[in-house]
Design a protein around this ligand. Structure first.
Ligand code: ADP
Length: 348
């Protein structure tokens, strides 16, 4: 291998990981396409320190050039979008005994992001479960102690404990739903379904809750709607969640308008679709919350959601199910007027 030229290194050029070869003076003698993309075309003959100002990576390269290693270190480039790499430096034996090393860099940015999302999720779940549990324990202690013989207090506390226990049960149900959904996210549902009966059933389930708040549920569903390919239980879960939210966050004595329409072409998909829109009258959602509203445990007003029995997982579940159906979820809202959630599903 010529020490001064970047050798056309065909076998490594299609690899996504940047690879560099260093001579005994730590100068670059070869680089694959991914390394050229990362560091630029003018790296031939440069000292590694000029392109990789990372003490850990330089130390690993030195160890490899002294015949040690392989050494593995993690480095981060702090540009506008930080990128993390796992760098492996290994010695490459040469027949003439002159030392040489190879540096392989594996982009771990995505792995790190997923890892930190998982850690956040576990922390969130623990927190969400711990607060009702702490309140249950507090009430149990009071009932075993000072309130032991107070019938009136016992009744009131048991009511609160029931509400807290139900919230924990709902949270666990929602978490199980999410994990099941993740498991078969890439399997598209195959059953031919009519949407109207599902919408009517979902409306029936929430009708009492709507009535209790004086909310009118107005259904405007045309006849002869084409079928969709779907999973009956999951679509029921979608509409029940959206109706429930419209009732929870809608004003007393307001109306929820559920309308269904056909569209010729779904955005970004060359097929006709059925669009279900659920419009409530309520405080609405401030615009800056909209991009994050479907994230797990994201709530506009945490205290309000909790006092209404919310788990903060409903819209995350809705988004997953709609995605699995190759559908689209749309959210628009005007503060002081209300919100409209739309679910568009491709026609079968
Ligand atoms: P939650 O269990 O808190 O209702 P969701 O995932 O269903 O969780 O909704 C997330 C958040 O989005 C809610 O906490 C609420 O702040 C907001 N939200 C959802 N639906 C509506 C709606 N129809 N009107 C106003 N805000 C809503």
């Amino acid at each position: 291998m010529d020490d001064q030229t970047l050798v056309p290194w065909n076998i490594f050029d299609n690899l996504p990981d940047p690879i560099l070869v260093l001579d005994r003076d730590c100068r670059i003698t070869a680089a694959n396409n991914a390394a050229v993309d990362l560091f630029g075309t003018k790296i031939q003959g440069l000292d590694l320190v000029l392109i990789l100002r990372q003490p850990a990576a330089l130390a690993a390269a030195s160890v490899a050039l002294e015949g040690g290693g392989p050494e593995t270190v993690e480095i981060t480039f702090y540009s506008s979008i930080p990128r993390t790499f796992r760098v492996i430096a290994s010695a490459v034996p040469r027949n003439d005994g002159v030392s040489q090393a190879v540096i392989i860099m594996h982009d771990t940015t995505n792995e790190k992001r997923v890892e930190s999302m998982r850690a956040d999720f576990v922390a969130n779940v623990s927190h969400e479960l711990r607060s009702p549990l702490a309140s249950l324990l507090g009430f149990i202690e009071t009932l075993l102690g000072p309130a032991r013989d107070d019938d009136k207090v016992r009744g009131r506390f048991l009511d609160i404990m029931k509400t807290e226990a139900e919230r924990m049960a709902r949270l666990i149900d929602d978490l199980l739903s999410l994990s099941r959904l993740e498991a078969d996210e890439h399997i598209h549902p195959r059953h031919l379904l009519a949407l109207s009966p599902i919408l009517l059933r979902a409306a029936e389930v929430v009708r009492d809750r709507a009535k209790a708040k004086g909310i009118k549920l107005v259904m405007d569903i045309p006849e002869n709607l084409p079928n969709v390919l779907g999973d009956d239980d999951q679509l029921m879960q979608v509409f029940q969640n959206l109706f429930d939210n419209a009732i929870k966050y809608g004003w007393e004595n307001s109306a929820i308008i559920v309308s269904v329409n056909l569209i010729d072409t779904m955005p970004r998909q060359a097929c006709p679709g059925v669009i279900v829109s659920i419009a409530d009258q309520g405080d609405g959602i401030p615009a800056h919350h909209l991009p994050r509203i479907t994230e797990r445990f994201y709530r506009v007003d945490k205290a309000r959601s909790k006092s209404l029995g919310g788990t903060g997982l409903g819209l995350a579940i809705v988004k997953h199910i709609v995605g699995r159906h190759r559908g689209q979820l749309g959210i628009t809202s005007t503060e002081g007027e209300g919100s409209t959630f739309t679910v568009t599903l491709p026609v079968a």
